[in-house]
Design a protein around this ligand. Structure first.
Ligand code: PMP
Length: 381
């Protein structure tokens, strides 16, 4: 079976597995304990924090470890909102944020917080004119993803940072799909807070972080003494060390991005000629190198994924957390794609373990895929 769902999660690298296994044997203590066991754990924790800070261009004190990006996203938005000065109560999200993050937007709105949603264009890029209109002096927090997990489309983070700065609002960036795939330096965007997750770049699940600019205060969502009072709970040290190991191993992102873009382009060219009426969303915009989000005619995602799996390929219909298949992707809906087309959406996402041979195998399987598709092509088939 060939894995083509790297945007959902990635396999932990051998170095990560080794580092985590060794740590669980030798350094299992609570990093807050005062005895020698605790000191060793504390040392490992600060080593991991130093690595994250070095690779991502921030200060160690600006790293707040969390259980992943969902928690880091919540901490950023609720935390920055909770610390906002009087008169700043509004929160602005883009319409294509991760589905879990939009659930937070919904919860805030239900609790009476004024929430605005930034629309996107038909290709999936941010509507900057709307952003300029909506980011005003009563905004506490703007929350924008750096790159979309479904289309891969890159968002104009620096432009939105300038709008937020001019309005005196805080900017949170969900860089979960960006970090590990694109060069990153914490200072470059001018964001106050940036979240990410270890399992998107061959690290473990259960570890992520919020980078919080020095000087930006937040009210913790889970109070406690850990992480300088910004996030309570015993740190998941093996996963944190695993995540730091994965970050340190990223190496030259430029050459990996070119390799993935070449493989993705080869695959898209074959799909566009080998299957009928293929449409790739976001193709005309700058996007992440290893992803292709597409439909084939009006065949449903369920049918396409089932036939792909029979042929030995694992892909998805979009975000793993919302890929049950019955609801059209909220990203495509925001782009104005009709439900009958959106229900055909299939995401092929490549990663570090994807080889030329994997892509050639899929290209070679396209005639078989075509012959396995039913002749009628209702989106609900
Ligand atoms: N944001 C984005 C853009 C994502 O792609 C994901 C993971 N699918 C998340 C947030 C949630 O990350 P985690 O699994 O670490 O909670």
């Amino acid at each position: 079976m060939i894995y083509l769902d790297h945007h959902a999660t990635t396999p932990p690298s051998p170095a990560v597995i080794e580092a985590m296994g060794a740590l669980m044997v030798t350094t299992w203590a609570n990093a807050s304990s005062q005895h020698a066991f605790g000191q060793a754990a504390r040392q490992a924790l600060s080593g991991a924090r130093a690595t994250v800070a070095r690779v991502l261009g921030c200060k160690p004190a600006e790293v707040v470890f969390t259980s992943g990006a969902t928690e880091a996203n919540h901490l950023a938005v609720r935390g920055l909102l909770g610390a906002a000065p009087a008169g700043r109560s509004r929160v602005v999200f883009s319409a294509v944020e991760h589905s879990g993050h939009l659930k937070l937007a919904q919860a805030l709105a239900e609790a009476g917080v004024p929430v605005d949603v930034l629309p996107v264009t038909a290709e999936g890029g941010l509507d900057l004119a709307a952003a300029a209109r909506l980011i005003g002096p009563d905004v506490a927090v703007v929350s924008l993803m750096a790159a979309n997990n479904e289309t891969g489309v890159l968002m104009p983070v620096a432009e939105v940072a300038a709008l937020a700065r001019a309005a005196g609002a805080r900017l949170h960036v969900d860089a979960t799909q960006w970090i590990g795939k694109q060069p990153f330096d914490f200072g470059a965007w001018g964001a106050d807070a940036v979240s990410f997750s270890g399992h998107k770049f061959n690290g473990p699940k259960g570890a992520g972080a919020l980078l919080l600019r020095q000087g930006a205060t937040l009210r913790p969502t889970v109070p406690g003494s850990q992480e300088r009072g910004r996030r309570g709970g015993t740190e998941n040290l093996p996963a944190i060390v695993g995540m730091a190991t994965a970050l340190a191993a990223l190496g030259d992102l430029g050459s990996e991005a070119s390799r993935l873009a070449a493989l993705r382009d080869r695959l898209e060219a074959a799909l566009l000629t080998g299957l009928p009426d293929v449409h790739v969303w976001g193709r005309g915009l700058p996007r992440l190198p290893g992803v292709s989000f597409l439909r084939v005619g009006m065949w449903s995602a369920d049918v396409l994924l089932n036939r792909l799996e029979r042929l030995g390929f694992a892909a998805s219909s979009g975000a793993a957390c919302s890929s049950s298949g019955s609801e059209p992707s909220h990203v495509l809906t925001a782009m104005g794609v009709p439900p009958e087309e959106a229900l055909g959406a299939v995401r092929l996402s490549l990663g570090r373990t994807t080889t030329d041979a994997d892509i050639e195998a899929l290209v070679a399987a396209l005639p078989a895929l075509r012959s396995l598709l039913p002749s009628a092509e209702p989106a609900t088939a």
